[in-house]
Ligand binder design. Sequence first.
Ligand code: PLP
Length: 354
Amino acid sequence: MSKFIDERFDGYAPYVPGEQPKERKYIKLNTNESPFPPSAFALKLAREAAGDSGLYPDPEYTSLISVAAEKFKLKKENFLFTNGSDEALNYAFAAYCGQKKRAVFADVTYGFYGVFADFYGAEKKIIPLRDDFGIKAEDYFSAGGTVFIANPNAPTGKILSVNEIKGIIENNLENVVVIDEAYIDFGGKSVLPLVNDYDNLIVVRTFSKSRSLAGARIGFAAANEQLISDLKRIKYSLNPYNMSNVGAAAAIGALIDDEYFTANCKKIIENRNYMTEKLRSFGFTVLDSFANFVFAKYNGLSGKAVYEGLKERGVLVRFFDKPRISEFVRITVGSDEECKALIAAANEVVKELI
Ligand SMILES: *Cc1c(COP(=O)(O)O)cnc(C)c1O
């Protein structure tokens, strides 16, 4: 850092993305991307849109929102599209979690929540997961600040029911509740249809996982009009043209190409079940996952040892050097071949180290 940087960034720890190594070809099961390419229709629309790149895009992304409103059976006023869902989360923290405000989230969850809270100077109220790594809805009642819950949670893959989330929303009428549904397409039940029933619910979605568009950076927030206007106030203060015209066009294609999306989600769920069973068959403990990754540990081995053993064999996974979860690795569910390679490598690692 230079001497010029604002002193509030002393001791501040930015988000650390999963590694994207270039030196060797790895089987990449570390950042929860889709193993499948973007929809061909999404790519076609993106290529067509590229010709308009000389002009600024429509900052309201009206065409995209019209398609989304129809797809998700909501009003156009319920949407704000963003540069990845990280940007939607960023705007929510900016709007509701300034200094002297509180951000409430689990001890084991998406790492960015703590980073944004620190960035905006909010107080962090961190609620431990229960012993089974689940979130207990009651722990979030009257939370005293803006609640952020990833559902399914990352990196555990565990899920809350719609009724449990309703309980959290209804017991926080003085707080905004943000439900981050990055992984909802892999088996959970969404609360998106509830956004017009509550004035304190924001649902955040991404196209990075189930819609194969991580590189295009597409996400959205859905909420009632008042909350959306809060978030728009932030967007128009920071980044009015927050998505590229090419990305927005790809997003339209990805939404329309439902058949491809549905087939890919189905395949990921099958492969997740395969991976879970196989890992368990040679002694891994694997949490039941509702996401496109599994969270697994092997008794007697650290997550780091498993990670390193797999990396030597050309398979990248993620481990977290953090209390409670240092024994675990998070493994993205890949294609058939990738899952087979992971299973073979994991089997070798265990044989070598145990
Ligand atoms: C991947 C992920 C995101 C961010 O996704 P982008 O849309 O790529 O910014 C947000 N929340 C959770 C829980 C995630 O795992």
